[in-house]
Design a protein around this ligand. Structure first.
Ligand SMILES: O=P(O)(O)OC[C@H]1O[C@H](OP(=O)(O)OP(=O)(O)O)[C@H](O)[C@@H]1O
Ligand SMILES: O=c1cc[nH]c(=O)[nH]1
Ligand SMILES: [Mg+2]
Length: 217
């Protein structure tokens, strides 16, 4: 795992564990079909969440094992919210909620206009108490960063104060855009690719994540 940050900006953590790298390479492979792609995206999201949630607070609670009573660590502190950027971020939040089943789940609908590459918002439904929760916003692809910047803005306008962005693939342009607009938001990703092509797709990337998850192309 490598973490870095520019002065005054939040952290970028690249979770380059061999299991993650292997699963990501399978996702990149053009021969990987919908079923396997979905499964891999879910598994990889849980592995990323393991690292993204490393700093969750715990507090000792008195419990009885079959042998004796003692204090054992249990999650404490702020409650959690997982917020998926639709469509593609849904697969990540759906997998992560299995690890933190008490988390509330929000949805922000955005699609990137193919001509302008600007995000177009079409839906938002967030937990009412989002200001009191630690928010993990999920989207597999951080390309120009326009979608993530807009989603985080929506979250902040709803009162969110503690936000971490989780992506599978990122590029330097997207990371820079998020940190220019939201220098308080840490990013956790599996890899940082080279850059973007003329259509705003990540190179070498994995193609259109939403289309590969839902089989729409
Ligand atoms: O960083 P950006 O340049 O904004 O690009 C990234 C966005 O593009 C993809 O969504 P898409 O617009 O394809 O919507 P979809 O998830 O519904 O397919 C992806 O899931 C991100 O949300
Ligand atoms: O490479 C990319 C860029 C944006 N959205 C995707 O799904 N893939
Ligand atoms: Mg798409």
């Amino acid at each position: 795992m490598t973490s870095s940050s520019l002065p005054g900006t939040a952290k970028v953590t690249v979770v380059d564990h061999p299991l993650i790298l292997h699963k990501l390479s399978l996702m990149r492979d053009v021969r990987t079909g919908v079923k396997e792609f979905r499964e891999l995206a879910g598994e990889l999201s849980m592995l990323l969440a393991y690292e993204a949630m490393r700093d969750l607070e715990t507090a000792p609670e008195r419990l009885s094992t079959p042998i004796q009573d003692d204090d054992f660590p249990m999650l404490s502190g702020k409650k959690l919210a997982l917020v998926a950027i639709l469509r593609a971020g849904l697969i990540m939040a759906d997998a992560m909620v299995r690890l933190v089943p008490a988390a509330k789940v929000g949805h922000i609908g955005l699609y990137r206009d193919p001509a302008t590459l600007k995000p177009v918002a079409y839906y938002s439904k967030l937990p009412q108490d989002i200001s009191e929760r630690r928010v993990f916003v999920t989207d597999p692809m951080l390309a120009t960063g326009g979608s993530a910047v807009a989603a985080i803005q929506t979250l902040k306008e709803a009162g969110a104060q503690s936000i971490k962005l989780m992506t599978i693939l990122s590029v330097p342009e997207g990371i820079a855009a998020v940190h220019a607009a939201h220098p308080d938001v840490d990013i956790v990703t599996a890899a940082i690719d080279t850059g973007l092509n003329d259509h705003g797709y990540i190179v070498p990337g994995l193609g259109d994540a939403g289309d590969r998850i839902y089989g729409t192309k």
